[in-house]
Design a protein around this ligand. Structure first.
Ligand SMILES: *Cc1c(COP(=O)(O)O)cnc(C)c1O
Length: 380
């Protein structure tokens, strides 16, 4: 159905850049350099420029990016890595997969992100790294987290899968892209992410040349010289067709982020007018230190009415999603391998109240008005 509302409109977005994307794909096919071709090199250079000049290693997906980051840092079984309890599973999964210990900390109820206070509670003599996740498109408050990490000699691996394009402001006025602040930054090019390809992809960022070489090596079977393997690595590549698509989309990323922000601002304006006291729900909180690129527009629904609202929206033909229905500490897979540093009450409260509404680069007022009317009719 043509006017069916979708969580994200990838087709509408594609149609606007179709000629350029199609030409890029065709060029790769004509060239037959499907793996590590010139398209990958070109995209990596453009991405490096966008990411404040950081070295870029492209890889197969965002989960691999996180795993390769941990491998490149040489972390060993028994080492602890601090991770938020309210996040997509990948951030914690890779820690456990490598035999490291995920230590869960709580998130701030307002921003869904970890704060330095949360992170401090996870610290032990075994802590080696922190994975701050810039959830839903807004940066964690990184300055105090970076200071804390420096003080204790910890690595920071930013999970930037949801916040490509967001910018953080330091207290001295310096600005940095999310993913370009930690020891390593990781992202995903899954189709629905703010910078998404037409399949799977990911990338890893660092400012340290030596570490960049190591990341490259780990992602490429642990070899610097072909068939000479210095460390145990893995095989994780971005293919040239995806790189060609991403190279086109990267040029539009800021405009895409602005479109998402504009749509979010309209939702918030209307929802605040409808529910000024926050009796029914809480709209997303924006921090002054970060731009918000609204990978998701996520309400917290009060009084246990989230599932009811979701069903009501579905009946009105409005999709909505629960990102994420369970905090990590309640996931079967993590119960026995994880240490919780604190009570994790906010993570639980978020998981049981969040509802994400349709948001994307092709939103119109008409679509938003239909979503808003459906939300309001549930409470009215
Ligand atoms: C999407 C996502 C990932 C993983 O990316 P994939 O490309 O799907 O492997 C990791 N962390 C977060 C926060 C994500 O949203």
């Amino acid at each position: 159905m043509a006017n069916q509302i979708q969580m994200i409109d990838l087709k509408g977005q594609y149609l606007k850049i179709k000629d350029e994307v199609d030409a890029g794909i065709q060029a790769v096919i004509d060239d037959t350099a499907f793996i590590n071709g010139p398209a990958v090199k070109q995209f990596s250079e453009h991405l490096s420029r966008y990411m404040d000049g950081r070295y870029v290693t492209t890889c197969a997906n965002g989960t691999d990016a996180l795993q390769i980051a941990l491998m490149a840092l040489g972390l060993r079984p028994g080492d602890e890595v601090i991770v938020p309890a309210f996040t997509y599973v990948a951030s914690a999964e890779v820690i456990a997969l490598l035999g490291l210990t995920p230590v869960m900390v709580d998130v701030d109820y307002g921003t869904f992100n970890v704060t330095v206070e949360n992170v401090k509670k996870g610290l032990s003599s075994k802590t080696k790294a922190i994975i701050p996740v810039h959830l839903f498109g807004q940066s964690c408050d990184m300055e105090p987290i970076l200071e804390f990490a420096k003080e204790h000699g910890l690595y920071i691996i930013e999970d930037n899968a949801q916040a490509m394009g967001a910018e953080y402001s330091f207290s001295d006025g310096r600005k940095a892209k999310t993913g370009a602040m930690g020891t390593i930054g990781c992202t995903s090019f899954f189709p629905t992410k703010n910078l998404g390809c037409y399949g799977d992809g990911g990338a890893i960022f660092t400012e340290d040349e030596e570490l960049a070489e190591r990341i490259h090596m780990v992602a490429n079977h642990g070899q610097r010289v072909k068939y000479h393997h210095d460390v145990i690595g893995c095989n994780s590549r971005l293919d040239s067709i995806q790189a060609a698509i991403l190279d086109v989309k990267l040029k539009h990323l800021d405009e895409y982020c602005a479109a998402r922000h504009k749509a979010a601002a309209y939702y918030t304006e209307r929802f605040k007018a409808f529910d000024p006291e926050g009796k029914y729900f809480i709209t997303p909180e924006e921090m002054p230190e970060s731009t918000h690129v609204y990978h998701q527009y996520t309400l917290k629904i009060k009084d246990g009415k989230r599932d009811g609202l979701k069903a009501h929206l579905a009946q009105s033909g409005i999709p909505s999603m629960i990102y994420y229905p369970l905090p990590l500490q309640e996931q079967t897979a993590f119960k026995h391998i994880t240490r919780a540093a604190e009570a994790l009450e906010n993570s639980r409260a978020c998981a049981y109240s969040v509802l994400s509404l349709p948001i994307h680069t092709e939103m119109t007022r008409e679509i938003q008005d239909r979503v808003i009317a459906a939300v309001e009719s549930f409470f009215a």
